[in-house]
Design a protein around this ligand. Sequence first.
Ligand code: 13P
Ligand code: SF4
Length: 352
Amino acid sequence: ADNEAQERIRAARARLGERAVLLCHHYQRADVYQHADLTGDSLKLARLASQTDAEYIVFCGVHFMAEVADILSKPSQLAILPDLAAGCSMADMANLAKVERCWRELAEVLDQPDELITPVTYINSAADLKAFCGEHGGIVCTSTNAPTILDWAFSKREKVLFFPDQHLGRWTGYKKGIPLDEMVVWDPDLEYGGLTPEQIRKAKILLWKGHCSVHQMFQPVHIDRWREKNPHGFVISHPESSLEVCQKSDYVGSTEYIINTIAAAPADTHWLVGTELNLVSRLAEEMKPQGKVVQFMAPTVCMCSTMQRIDPQHLAWTLENLAEGKVVNQIRVPQHEAELARIALDRMLAVS
Ligand code: 13P
Ligand code: SF4
């Protein structure tokens, strides 16, 4: 059945020609990744989506990525997600109602949050949260540009509300020398985030209580055990990992950064990698000829289960429909929301 799906994908693509471009995130499974026209991390894919002329942008990734493609592409282009259930569990940890409630509660403590706080949303978030940032003088960041974006945010106002990933926010603030006790966790399920007015007034960064279910699996002890056996090896992690894991790593960065760093390293080096399994497995294969050993950080199998939903069957079905002129699984952000979200995305693209 799998070979059949591969054949169907090739046939439908041949019929579509240049009308469809396949953008693939690095976490995509191998049997889908092999069909990619273009690959990248979230920032690179956002830029690529804004530059392509194809009529259909078929996004092999997750929902928020297809939303960004829709917002940044021309009105005549359509963003397509081969399985509408491919969401991001971290993105779902924040929603507009909760962020608006947070903003109202901050207003009770600080009077004028719009003058004191820059809202920064990680690109792993729904379009209406990007719109919230566009409307309130805020900005979007990715794992690649978070340091630059945080500088921008603090150049505008004295505090930052960072959502939904507490780990990326904490690591980025920590690298800038912000004391850990000035970065406090805002729990959206508690009144005032579970914080006292004093804590809110003192905070430099309010970190939304969200995380990635894949990267939370990586633990400092995995690094310690590996280093005992590989004293000359290198550890590289994605900044969605915990602060302790990032602190113990030799390198920390986005998926594209991880790929480029290992590719540029000398032959015969050993690597422990703290990010999603599909990417690590692909790297391990690609680096073998240079004698590089690439290993996955956790002892358990952990893939991004939602990204995994984009499988050859869904891709074949989607492309066949498009080739027949039938638009399926289009991701369309309502116009007003898209305009506001675009403000926050354009701010990001301008400074990064
Ligand atoms: P990158 O932007 O580094 O590709 O990260 C996206 C993501 O969702 C990581 O979990
Ligand atoms: Fe979301 Fe985590 Fe999957 Fe990235 S790996 S898309 S943050 S659930």
